[in-house]
Design a protein around this ligand. Structure first.
Ligand SMILES: [Zn+2]
Length: 165
């Protein structure tokens, strides 16, 4: 069990090692103008690396997962995964927020939502997707939220399906 956790941790660290910092003015984006929540999230993450955050801090800022630009999501996702891994209870909703980012847009979603989902999907390499899939599989296996595991399993199979970027 411990060995398996170590392996996922190492594969996250190596799969995301070369992702560049998104840039100070490219941390959050939403459809609201002068959005205080985006400003607060951006101020918190700006100038930090994905190694600078505790699980408690990330849990406080977990809505960032939905407000990051695609580039910032790409860069900071390993922080959320590494801190949550094996600490599922303390991670609370973080794994669900991550899984939701890799669900396809609903057929009736508007153009903005379609583009949002497509961007979040295409920025990750196949190796990174497999790593995210392994992380979610481990979360699902922990059995904390069995009613959610079918959704997680669907997202995992999508991540592992080798769909072109
Ligand atoms: Zn906002």
């Amino acid at each position: 069990m411990l060995l398996f956790v170590m392996t996922i941790r190492e594969s996250i660290e190596s799969a995301f090692a070369d992702v560049p910092y998104p840039g100070d003015d490219n941390v959050t984006r939403c459809t609201h103008e002068d959005c205080l929540e985006c400003d607060e999230i951006a101020a918190y993450f700006r100038g930090t690396t994905w190694r600078d955050h505790t699980l408690e801090q990330l849990r406080e800022h977990h809505s960032a997962i939905t407000m990051f630009t695609p580039e910032a999501f790409h860069y900071f996702l390993p922080a959320f995964m590494l801190q949550s891994l094996g600490h599922w209870r303390e991670a609370d909703m973080i794994p669900h927020f991550i899984a939701a980012q890799f669900s396809p847009a609903k057929p009736d979603a508007d153009a903005v939502m379609q583009q949002y989902c497509a961007e979040r999907w295409s920025i990750f390499s196949q190796r990174q997707r497999e790593t995210i899939g392994a992380f979610l599989r481990e979360y699902s296996a922990a059995g904390l939220h069995p009613w959610f595991s079918r959704d997680i399993d669907y997202v995992v199979s999508r991540l592992e399906a080798h769909e072109p970027a």
